[in-house]
Design a protein around this ligand. Structure first.
Ligand code: FMN
Length: 236
């Protein structure tokens, strides 16, 4: 039993694709015995990092910017599991990138080189011992997540904590047009959360159910193009 904290960006806190997938995932984590906290970045006032390294070389571990990150830092320090949840926005929404940059105060800059890469670690008062990703996207193909998964992995590697996997839902909007499939996918997301809380990992079979194709690539692309051409034909 531990604490899991999710920070997410979604176009809508209730009906956004990422928000809805994450809600099921977090329900599973709670069922697995973790306490949870979920922060909607969209509702928070989070300024961009100013890049002065105040948190590293002036007052280690402290960000001097007085905004909603200060509350978030307290929660993040207590969390064993950090869940990042975001849509793919070539590659990230700006708000999510701001958040990632503002995680710098949690990292202690005692640097090591591992496999030719410079790595730090979390400060001793930061409990985070694993990072997971929940993401949704518009395009059909799963490969479209590669950059976002890479970013989440890179954060975990920089912080020297394990990256424990990705819950990915491509062509996410299609899900809501197929009630039974939506139920199956949300149930699998809940199962993945439960697995993470109880075993520290997520089964590849469960993750595959969440990412399953819901239409053919050709049909999906044709639908999107036809929709656009209809709008264009009306002169907006
Ligand atoms: C500005 C913008 C950029 C986007 N870029 C991509 C992209 O590069 N690849 C993709 O698959 N979907 C892209 N999308 C679609 C979203 O990832 C997709 O609709 C997602 O499920 C939205 O999640 P939300 O409802 O939680 O906001 C983009 C959407 C927006 C608004």
């Amino acid at each position: 039993m531990g604490k899991s904290v999710a920070v997410y960006y979604s176009s809508s806190a209730e009906s956004g694709n990422t928000a809805r997938l994450l809600a099921s995932f977090m329900r599973g984590i709670e069922r697995g015995g973790d306490t949870t906290e979920t922060f909607a970045i969209k509702d928070l006032n989070i300024s961009p990092c100013t890049g002065e390294f105040h948190c590293w070389f002036k007052v280690p571990g402290q960000c001097y910017i007085q905004d909603d990150m200060q509350d978030l830092y307290s929660s993040l320090r207590e969390a064993e599991t950090l869940i990042l949840a975001t849509p793919v926005y070539i590659p990230l929404p700006g708000e999510m990138q701001n958040l990632l940059n503002r995680l710098c105060p949690l990292m202690e800059p005692i640097l090591e080189t591992r496999d030719g890469r410079t790595r730090a670690k979390m400060h001793e008062d930061v409990a985070i011992s694993r990072i997971a990703l929940v993401s949704t996207s518009g395009w059909w193909e799963i490969g479209n997540f590669d950059t976002v998964v890479r970013i989440a992995c890179e954060l975990a590697e920089d912080a020297s904590v394990p990256f424990v996997g990705s819950v990915l839902r491509p062509h996410a909007s299609v899900m809501w047009q197929q009630e039974e499939k939506a139920r199956e996918i949300l149930d699998a997301a809940e199962a993945a959360g439960y697995q993470l809380a109880t075993t520290g990992t997520m089964s590849s079979d469960t993750l595959a159910v969440i990412s399953q194709p819901l239409t053919s690539e050709e049909e999906y692309r044709r639908g999107l193009n036809e929709n656009y051409l209809r709008v264009k034909g009306k002169g907006h």
